[in-house]
Design a protein around this ligand. Structure first.
Ligand code: KG4
Ligand code: ZN
Length: 329
């Protein structure tokens, strides 16, 4: 079935055409340049930029096929309310004018289904680690509508921690890719930052203290501080140490052999290689999508939306948006 996916939950306007799991188009207009000057996403600017971008993005995505989609899948949450409203309104307009069904999708759940577009979604049940600018959680995915959160961040998301630390080190926005690049040739043992909650006995995370520790170190060390690249690599080592350990612990605790990594931070090379190594050591299989399917995109929304449709889910044209939509709800 030809499915149109629409995604506008944060700062990417995206539309994708997917036939079954075959991706025909996945057009993404990023607003990152608009928000860079502010060091983070400004909700009103994001909503207005979606208003400008979404129709051209849809036009380009739809030009990938001659036929009309039989389904519209759209992100209804979580995300920024003004941004979500743009995508959901456009999706409704198309579903109504084409007279085809519409199905609502949870953005964070969609990240866990991105490997489907590369034919690599494991059989249920699997463990999902979703790490992005807004979310950090571990979940057992037993089905398209049967998911259980096993652990989550109690404060900052992992991508948010990268972005905040990069900002305080003067590395610009978004910080994740910069820290990733700088860390490749740097010393991750230069500064020993705290591994918060590593022995907490549960699967939750806390990342805001780490940002404070980096800030304190920079202030206290002054001119004697380690090179910025080494500080960045040391921050990354501390953050990922906890994430990798808890992910492996979750899979073993739950007896899950397959692990899916998703979300923007899943682009991170150190996270990919470290988690792959630890999973292999425990006999676990790790799957992560190509970088363009890790960051926000509409193809993953179509992939999950299509599956939800097959399970009987439909949304009415009075569908609302849910900025705080819970995973697995
Ligand atoms: O999934 P995403 O595109 O948007 C959200 O739903 O939040 O994730 C964006 C986040 C940003 O915080 C960005 O810094 C982070 O993903 N990110 C990375 C890398 N690429 C993107 N973090 C670490 N290493 C990367 N290579
Ligand atoms: Zn996302």
């Amino acid at each position: 079935m030809l499915t149109l996916g629409v995604e506008t939950s944060c700062d990417e306007s995206s539309a994708a055409l997917v036939d079954g799991d075959r991706m025909l188009s996945n057009v993404i207009a990023s607003q990152v340049d608009l928000h860079a000057a502010y060091g983070g996403v400004v909700p009103e600017i994001a909503a207005r930029a979606h208003v400008e971008a979404i129709v051209p993005v849809l036009g380009e995505a739809l030009s990938a096929a001659a036929g009309r989609p039989g389904l519209v899948a759209v992100t209804v949450g979580p995300g920024l309310v003004g941004s979500l409203v743009v995508g959901v309104s456009v999706a409704k307009g198309l579903a109504w004018s084409w007279d085809v069904p519409m199905v609502a999708v949870n953005h964070v759940e969609a990240h866990a289904f991105a490997p489907a577009l590369e034919g690599r979604l494991p059989a249920f049940p699997f463990l999902a680690l979703v790490v992005s600018g807004g979310h950090t959680l571990l979940a057992e995915v037993r089905g398209v509508s049967d998911m259980e959160v096993l652990g989550r961040t109690l404060d900052d998301a992992l991508g948010e921690a990268y972005d905040k630390v990069a900002k305080l080190l003067g590395l610009g926005y978004p910080g994740g890719p910069v820290i990733d690049g700088l860390s490749a040739d740097a010393d991750p043992r230069a500064v020993l930052f705290p591994r918060a909650m590593i022995g907490s006995g549960d699967l939750n995370f806390s990342l805001s203290g780490l940002k404070t520790a980096v800030s304190r170190y920079v202030k206290q060390a002054g001119s004697g501080a380690a090179p910025v690249a080494d500080i960045a690599a040391s921050f990354q080592a501390a953050a990922l140490d906890v994430v990798v350990r808890k992910t492996v612990a979750a899979a073993l605790e739950r007896g899950l052999r397959d692990v899916v990594l998703g979300g923007g931070v899943a682009c991170n090379r150190k996270l990919r290689s470290w988690l792959a190594e630890e999973c292999a050591a425990q006999g676990l299989r790790l799957v992560f999508p190509s970088p363009e399917l890790c960051t926000d995109n509409a193809a993953m929304v179509a992939a999950l939306g299509h599956r939800r449709f097959l399970e009987g889910f439909r949304s009415g044209l009075d569908q609302d948006v849910y900025p705080g939509l819970a995973f697995g709800s």
